[in-house]
Design a protein. Structure first.
Length: 400
């Protein structure tokens, strides 16, 4: 074992979350009198107040999260360890049937869920797209990229690291979009549920698109099968609408305020032979109001907004937003219509989100049945006991 690993000791009472599986050590949990001060990105050993080793991770000097554990064992976090974790992550995707075909799109490393906090890796056919979000992973960038190149042999690796997340760690924005190899100037085409989608690795959302919703798209297709009318609110590049069309749904309406996203959605629809679609470029409030004024009604609807709460200080505003959004959407459903309504705000709990949605629907005088709840796709695993990882929530409702 490496002898130059710094030891950090937790203050009394602060080890309980880690005993229960949580992978984060917050800065205010450290007993500064019994802990050395590591450099940003250093490998550290975390001990409880009695000196028992709780695991190892990388230190973040400028973050509220001082350590993210990579292992519960007292083992070196060297290049061999990182390569083994990447190999384990790939093996899990193969086990669940993801990433088996050359044009598949899937998440191949999901940070804490794969024991590699600070690292997200998505595969889009022959290309990889990464996000590096911690000082520890940034210092080991070359090792990580080498391991990914060796394991997946991509034509290129895009660095789509989130600037906001890196700033919270005291890191500068990524220096280059192209991390390895070459990237295409045009969107790449990938397979999804028997359909063909284009993904813009240079300008698309997140690492290219919203892979965490892929399984929910498929589930929406089940409920929208053969529907005469479908509304996709915050449609982005058309994931929900396209999945419904693949199941024989007609009368598609896609609503989004981004004209470039709607253009890409239109291209996706045409690529799959779908002509029966109306694209509405407007804010959700204006678009839903317009559809209500036209007395439009839909058999199935997906509502998948961007984050309403980036911080805890915006929680109340976010909950009011989810209430108002669903109050505006519900009247557009036929009696017995299906509503998939989502939140990707990690600071909004599942319970609070459900209550906000329920309040919005009740305000319209409609009654709803909760059929099921959903989260991120299976290629986005999280550790048990890590509530922060359950950021994505989806309620499937029948609205009478």
């Amino acid at each position: 074992m490496s002898s130059d690993v710094h030891d950090l000791t937790l203050s009394r009472g602060h080890a309980k979350p880690l005993y229960s599986g949580h992978p984060w050590v917050f800065a205010d949990a450290l007993d500064r009198g019994r802990s050395l001060t590591p450099d940003d990105g250093d490998e550290v050993r975390v001990r409880d107040e009695a000196g028992v080793v709780l695991g190892r991770g990388f230190y973040s000097a400028k973050s509220a999260i001082a350590v993210r554990l990579l292992t519960r064992n007292d083992e070196d976090l060297d290049a061999a360890f990182l390569r083994a974790r990447i190999e384990s992550a790939a093996a899990y995707r193969a086990c669940i049937g993801r990433g088996l075909n050359p044009d598949d799109a899937c998440r191949v490393v999901n940070a804490e869920g794969d024991g590699l906090p600070g690292l997200v890796v998505d595969r889009y056919g022959a290309y990889l797209s990464v996000q590096i979000a911690t000082a520890g992973m940034e210092r080991r960038r070359a090792v990580v990229l080498d391991a990914l190149q060796e394991r997946f042999s991509p034509k290129g690796i895009a660095d789509r690291s989130d600037e906001r997340a890196r700033k919270a760690e005291g890191l500068a924005p990524a220096s280059s979009l192209v991390a390895r190899g070459t990237l295409p100037e045009e969107p790449v085409e990938v397979a999804h549920a028997g359909l063909r989608l284009s993904v813009d690795l240079r300008r698309g959302q997140k690492t290219g698109t919203y892979l965490d919703q892929f399984e929910t798209h498929e589930r929406f297709a089940h409920f929208a099968r053969g529907a005469a009318s479908v509304l996709d609110v915050f449609s982005h590049t058309g994931g929900f609408a396209l999945a419904a069309a693949g199941a024989g749904a007609k009368g598609l309406v896609l609503l989004d305020k981004s004209e470039p996203a709607l253009r890409q959605a239109e291209a996706n629809l045409k690529r799959n032979g779908v002509e029966d679609a109306d694209l509405v470029c407007a804010s959700w409030a204006e678009g839903l109001k317009h559809l209500r004024e036209e007395n439009r009604r839909f058999a199935a609807m997906a509502v998948d907004p961007p984050k309403f709460a980036r911080g805890k200080d915006a929680l109340r505003e976010a909950l009011n937003g989810y209430r108002d959004l669903n109050a505006a959407a519900a009247p557009l459903l036929e009696r017995g219509g299906i509503l998939f309504t989502c939140s990707c705000s990690g600071n909004v709990s599942s319970q609070d989100f459900e209550r906000a949605v329920a309040a919005g629907i009740a305000h319209t005088g409609r009654r709803a049945r909760l059929i099921e709840t959903r989260g991120a796709a299976a290629d986005h695993p999280i550790p048990p006991g890590f509530a922060q990882g359950r950021y994505l929530k989806c309620l499937v409702l029948e609205v009478e």
